[in-house]
Design a protein around this ligand. Structure first.
Ligand SMILES: NC(=O)c1ccc[n+]([C@@H]2O[C@H](COP(=O)([O-])OP(=O)(O)OC[C@H]3O[C@@H](n4cnc5c(N)ncnc54)[C@H](O)[C@@H]3O)[C@@H](O)[C@H]2O)c1
Length: 298
């Protein structure tokens, strides 16, 4: 089987190493971008074996993507720049699980957080979580530090670079280095030099300088150490238990993308709480009866 992060292995065996396909009975996928790609392959009928979407387990995305990415992305930006965040306008592009985590942590350091979104529900959630929500065309004019976490392409592009303040810092924490249009940035720059580890200065043809971190790659992996093990433990528990599950049951699966079974997800949450020495309550028989009835209390 394959255990992937971003569908790179799956794509490679489906295109360049097809001779390996007969020996692969199933796979697991770690991240949002990989799951999106694998679902697209399944929808096109080209996926050759079943995949368990580890990313879509609640004990994965609610914790790794939110608290892991939130902390480690800031860690990468701080290690690369040693920038004081308090008072900065920090623009978070994408208010998904990763964006929520980063926005929360940046606010904790005293930044004034602006969120950009394309999904009305996420935009509304960001507003009600107390952030300013702007289109990127407006956010570009005011931001001091930018981070893209959308899984999309060219979220920051020429028109935005040209509108930015002198000294703006650009980073990405999504899976691929396509969220910041680096080719366009290079084309509109008259000079370009490394300034310190993981920081490149681009002098634009309008005279302003902007700073790109980690070549637009995942800043938390390039300039820091990724997520702490205390959150990756749940992701890897999902990988291990999903692998066991699919090894035993793959014969009954279609060539589709499947969720991690809810019992595995719940068991990982239970084990994590136990490891953290946190106890929770158990329903009393009376409560169980009440919660499964429709006539009591009416
Ligand atoms: N850095 C890491 O270690 C790490 C960890 C987990 C996931 N990831 C990656 O981070 C990315 C985001 O993951 P997620 O789980 O938060 O995904 P998600 O689907 O929960 O959130 C993405 C959000 O971006 C929004 N969006 C899409 N295009 C946009 C645009 N042009 N402008 C503004 N918003 C836009 C979507 O509406 C969505 O709300 C993925 O590429 C994922 O693989 C990185």
């Amino acid at each position: 089987m394959t255990m992937d992060d971003g569908a790179d292995i799956v794509f490679t065996v489906h295109t360049k190493r097809q001779e390996l396909l007969p020996g692969i009975f199933a796979g697991t996928e770690e991240t949002t971008t990989g799951v999106i790609r694998l679902k697209a392959m399944a929808a096109d009928g080209v996926l050759k074996y079943p995949i368990i979407a580890v990313n879509d387990a609640q004990t994965k995305f609610m914790f790794d993507n939110r608290y892991g990415t939130g902390q480690s992305t800031l860690d990468g930006i701080l290690r690369a720049t040693n920038r004081l965040m308090a008072g900065n306008i920090f623009v978070v592009a994408g208010y998904g699980w990763c964006g929520r985590g980063l926005a929360m942590r940046a606010r904790g350091l005293g930044a004034r957080v602006v969120v950009t979104e394309v999904d009305p529900l996420k935009g509304l959630e960001a507003v009600m979580d107390g952030y300013e929500v702007l289109p990127m065309a407006e956010a570009a004019k005011v931001g001091d530090v930018f981070c893209t976490l959308t899984g999309d392409i060219h979220v920051l592009r020429e028109e935005h670079f040209l509108a930015m303040k002198d000294g703006a810092i650009l980073s990405n924490s999504s899976h691929f280095n396509v969220e910041i249009d680096i080719d366009a940035l290079t084309l509109i720059s008259t000079a370009h030099r490394p300034l310190r580890d993981f920081v490149e200065e681009y002098t634009l043809n309008n005279g302003k300088c902007i700073y790109l971190l980690a070549e637009g790659r995942l800043v938390n992996l390039a300039a820091a150490e990724g997520h702490p093990s205390a959150v990756m433990d749940m992701s890897f528990a999902n990988q291990a238990l999903a692998s066991e599950f699919v090894s035993k049951n793959h014969a009954s699966f279609q060539k589709q993308v499947y969720p991690v079974p809810a019992e595995i997800d719940k068991e990982i949450a239970r084990l994590k709480l136990a490891a953290m020495q946190v106890d929770i309550d158990t329903l009393t028989p009376e409560q169980e009866k009440y919660l499964s009835s429709y006539d009591l209390g009416t």
